[in-house]
Design a protein around this ligand. Sequence first.
Ligand SMILES: [Zn+2]
Length: 472
Amino acid sequence: MNHKKLVIIAIIAVAAASVAYYLYLRSRNVDLIIHNGIVVTMNPHLAQEEQIIPHGAVAIRGDSIVAVGATDTITKKYSAKELIDAQGNAVLPGFVNGHCHAAMTLFRGVADGHDLNDWLTNYIFPIEREFVNEDFVYWGTKLSCLEMIAGGITTVVDMYMYEEFAARAFAEMGMRAIAGQTIFKEHDIESATALIKKWHGHKLITPAVAPHAPYTVSQELLIQAHNLAKKYNTPLEIHLAETAHEVDIIKKEYQATPVAYLEHINFLTDRLIAAHLVKVDDHDINLLKKHSVGVIHCPVSNMKLASGIAPIEKMIVDGLHVGVGTDGAASNNSLDIISEMQTAALLQKVATMDPKSLDAHQSLTLATIGGAQAIHQGHVIGSLEAGKKADIVIIDLKGFHSMPWYNILSQLVYSSAASDVETVIINGKIMLHNKKFLYPQAELDSIREHTKDYQIKIASFLAKTNRARRSK
Ligand SMILES: [Zn+2]
C-alpha cells in the first residue's frame, strides 16, 4: 500500500470517528430532564407495579420523550439544557379529554336542571342560534384551553360548529386537539372538507368529521360524513346512545338500537370516537368491540342531564378502549378531567354496587393511555415511553389535602385536584410552570376581556328569555 493510500484511509478513519463522536454527544444531549419525581408512566406494555418509578426521570428532546427511568440512570446518561426538579410531585402522561365542545365554555351554567332533550331544544339550540359565530368559537375555545391546560389536559377531542376557528384557537394556544366539524346539515360537509384540507398534517391539530348524533342527523348525511372521514383518513366523532329518548326515536324509525342502526349503515369503524354509550345492551357492546370503536365516558354530563350511567366496567372487561370526557361546560359545568375520573370511579361502584369496580389504576387509565387508545392515538400519546410525544403533567403532592399518602394511584384519583397541577408540557413545550401560564400577559388579558364582553351579552339574553318564559 503506498503512502497516498494510507493518508486517504487515515483521513476517512478520523472523519468516521468524528462523526461517531458527534452522534454520541448528540445522543446524550436533550432539551429537558424532569427528575426526582414519582413517575407514573401508564406504559401498557409493563405490569402495573412496574409502571411506577419512585425516584424517576423523563428526558425530552424536541417534541418527543427520549428516555424514562430512574433519576440516577437518566441523569448519568443525558445532559439537558433545562432541568425541572419534580421532588414531592408525581409525573404523569398529559390527560386526554376525549369529548368536549370547547367553545361552549362561554355558556357555562346557562341552563341547569333539564334533561338532554329539554336542555338542547329549549335552551342550548336557541342560545347557540343567537351567539355562535366565528368570533364566539375562537374566544370560547381559547378560554377553554386555559382551563384545560391548568387542569393537566394536553389533548382534547372537540366537536363544534365553525370548527376552523376552534382549530386556530387550539393551535395558537399550543394545545393538541382532534378538531371535529359538527355536521347537522348538508353544507356542514363543505366546512368539514375545508377544515380537513387546511389542517391536514399539522403537528398539533387533527381535523375530524363530527356528525352530531344518529337522531339529529339524516341517514344520508351520516353516510356522507363517514365517507368523507374515510376518504381523507380522519377521525369520525359522534354522540351515541346517550339517552333513552334517543333509543326510542331510533327504534321507532329503524327497528334497531342506535349502535345496531349505525352498524347497519356501515358507520361503525376503527376511526370512530363515540361519546356517552349510556344506553347500550350486550349486543351493542359486541358491535362496538367488533369494529374497534373508541368509547368516551362522560359521567358528570350524564349525571347532570340525568341520562344514566354508561356500563363502562363491562366495556373495559370486554376489551373496549374507553376514555373519559368532560363534554361541554354547559352540561358539566367545568372542564376538569381529574374530577371527571374521580366521578367515573365512584359512579361505576354505585352502578354495579361493587366497591371493586373501576379501581384507581383503571380510572387513571381512562384519562391517560385508555383515552389515547379510545381516540385511536395510543401509539403517539397517553403514556410516558421513549418515542412518544412529550405531553406531560406534573402534579403537586405537597398540599395538606395530599398528605399523607401511601398509594400513589389512589392518591391521584381520589385526593388530587385540578389545582394541584403544577407544570404542563405539550409536544415538548412548557405551557404551565409552577402553576403559572407561560403565555404573554396581553394574550391572557385579551381572553379575559372577550369573555367579559360575552358574559354581559349572554346575561342580557338570558334575562330577556327568562322573562319571556315566566310570562307564558
Ligand atoms: Zn357532547
